[in-house]
Design a protein around this ligand. Structure first.
Ligand code: HAM
Length: 425
């Protein structure tokens, strides 16, 4: 049997990889402008980290984790998300003691969830995300959201919308929880077995259920915004006013509860409004989590962050017909006029590369015409043709492929011209 990819995974082929580099570079440079530093955590962690962090009544923990026992029988899980690992690292390395607070960290890497694969939903997917841990200033909420919006702007995605909500603090959430139980309890037998099990454990999850999302009781459920105490209301008002101050448009949606248990206060999602995108349009989701650091035995420390799905962002770019620029175009293709000059071609290509110039030659014994075609296919900015005459005179013909202009140059002049072209890329 021919071995194929596991379901829900993808190869990223060489002609797609430029788009990945483009997004990674943009994300890195924006994060660094906002003064976030990169963190890299392991791909697998102790299962308990996610059970306690993400929450044992979430779909992620109950249905979607890739969990296995290692050879010593320890239960390990391929990370389904990044926040729990980053917060674990924050506690483990006592970053709460750093003089620089909040600690601002970003990451980029594969995550794993056993979900039903479809457009924009995979079993191995990639998240670029960040966490700001150690401040409960609402201006950080606006900063985190603005960083994500700025990232989308910088890659040319305009057709997006931001949805925000507040889940309030513990006191507000407890009151809301009681109201949700009273709302669903009389008709809970109309809901799926998951929702029935969630009613007393975590009724907020019912609002996020993939099976029962169309049940009329979900739409008429009590809104968290009616249960926010003064402090939570005030916090949310400040976040909104900072977003207004920096010109970020948003819609408040009280049904935005998110699929992970650690959230409180601000939650947000950024959606793509591109046509034909498919069912899953959330590019980025995040929010505040007070209590997660404490859950992992660190001091009571507030945090906020987001994760964005790189595959979904690429789909949105594709739907929006945004061309990704080639970050490293070929500067010079060196052409042999006769097979006898091959050794000189090998030397010259090597010399160009030693000068940091991207250079290519033929490896298929093509005739002159075939090499010219190959240079065209590879979109070389320049070609240089070398034959026995050129070797004798020491002057080469350099052709600018965009304008068709040709110049006679010595080898040193060739290097100077191409170095400049390389620098101008
Ligand atoms: P999340 O909403 O579960 O949040 O995931 C964030 C983003 O990851 C989603 O909006 C989506 O773009 C992408 N994503 C999730 N699952 C899949 C999948 N199966 N296939 C493709 N893309 C997917 C979190 O993971 C939180 N850790 C975000 C966060 C960080 N909150 C605070 N800090």
């Amino acid at each position: 049997m021919e071995i194929q990819l596991p379901r829900g995974t993808r190869d990223i082929l060489p002609d797609e990889v430029a788009s990945w580099h483009f997004l990674e570079e943009k994300f890195r440079s924006i994060c660094e402008n906002y003064r976030y530093s990169e963190i890299r955590t392991p791909i697998f962690e102790h299962t308990e980290l996610f059970e306690r962090g993400v929450g044992d009544s979430t779909d992620i923990v109950t249905k979607e984790m890739y969990t296995f026992a290692d050879k010593k029988g320890r239960s390990l899980t391929l990370r389904p998300e990044g926040t729990a690992s980053v917060v674990r690292a924050f506690v483990e390395h006592k970053m709460f003691g750093d003089v620089n607070q909040p600690v601002k960290l970003y990451y980029n890497g594969p995550m794993f969830r056993y979900e039903r694969p479809q457009g924009g939903r995979q079993r191995q997917f990639t998240q670029m995300g960040l966490e700001a841990i150690g401040s409960d200033d609402p201006s950080i909420d606006a900063e985190v959201i603005s960083l994500a919006m700025n990232f989308f702007r910088s890659i040319g995605l305009k057709n997006i919308s931001l949805i925000i909500n507040s889940l309030g603090d513990k006191e507000s959430r407890l009151k809301h929880r009681e109201a949700l139980i009273a709302h669903f309890e009389p008709r809970i037998d109309e809901f799926c077995s998951d929702c029935q099990a969630r009613l007393y454990k975590n009724p907020l999850r019912i609002l996020d259920c993939k099976t029962d999302h169309a049940h009329p009781l979900v739409a008429s459920a009590p809104s968290i915004l009616d249960f926010l105490n003064e402090e939570s209301k005030d916090y949310f008002a400040k976040v909104k006013s900072f977003l207004d101050a920096i010109g970020i448009n948003y819609t408040v949606d009280p049904t935005l509860v998110r699929g992970l248990d650690y959230y409180n206060h601000t939650t947000f999602e950024i959606m793509s409004d591109e046509e034909g995108f498919g069912a899953k349009t959330t590019l980025c989701g995040g929010g505040r989590y007070h209590g997660l650091v404490q859950e992992f035995d660190g001091p009571d420390t507030p945090g906020i962050g987001f994760g964005m799905g790189v595959e979904r962002v690429l789909l949105a770019l594709d739907k929006a017909k945004i061309e990704i620029p080639d970050a490293n175009p070929l500067v010079c293709y060196v052409i042999a006029a006769q097979p006898e000059v091959e050794e000189k071609i090998v030397q010259l290509v090597n010399r160009l590369r030693m000068h940091g110039i991207s250079a290519e030659k033929d490896y298929q014994k093509r005739k002159l015409k075939g090499q010219l075609k190959d240079a065209d296919r590879k979109k070389a900015k320049y070609t240089v043709i070398i034959g026995e005459d050129e070797l004798r005179t020491g002057e080469y013909t350099l052709k600018d492929m965009a304008t068709g202009k040709q110049f006679l140059v010595t080898e040193d002049e060739l290097i100077t011209t191409l170095e400049k072209a390389e620098g101008d890329k």
